[in-house]
Design a protein around this ligand. Sequence first.
Ligand SMILES: N[C@@H](CCC(=O)N[C@@H](CS)C(=O)NCC(=O)O)C(=O)O
Length: 199
Amino acid sequence: MPKLLYSATSPYSAKVRLAATYAGIAFEAVVVDTAAQPALLTDANPLGKIPVWITDEGEGIYDSRVITQYLNRLSGNKLFPRNAEKRLDAERLEAIADGICDCLLAIVYERRSRPEELVHQPWLDKQWTKTARALDLLNSNPPKLPKSISVGQIALRTAIAYMELRFAGKWDKGRPRLKRWAARFDEKFPELKEIIPQA
Ligand SMILES: N[C@@H](CCC(=O)N[C@@H](CS)C(=O)NCC(=O)O)C(=O)O
């Protein structure tokens, strides 16, 4: 069975876990500690980042957007629409959700890896400005939640889960539509809700 190297708090890993589950692709989820950079991880991905999907043949696939495209092909297009325009929308939604996580991880890593006096506040502010802009756009026009969703909606839901974990009370301030969107997602897809990392 293929393996997914992941950690419980990694938003990109959560996206892949939900996407594989939604597409009905079986996998073994294996927790790795990226701080320790174990050989299991670096042999599969020289960048030492998660998520990594390891095929039955032992091939490591990364990063998360490469994995979601791979899973889409494997599942016969269960994760992205076939229609070109709709597909572009789905891919862009995945990119904006991942991009939000990129900005927030930059904030978390800056705070975690530097001594307090060396934390560069303008850098944190810049990352937050990008995040806020993206969240405002999504809040003004939340994506549809039809019966059949794409990785786009899944990526947004898992990005929100990450924000609940690390930026609770901040990300959703003034963005009630986005908060309601997440609740609607959970109602419509209870099987996915079960595996969303909880704050
Ligand atoms: N663009 C990558 C980002 C992956 C990433 O940054 N993962 C984080 C965890 S959320 C990680 O592995 N960090 C450990 C490190 O960079 O050493 C993707 O989408 O997979």
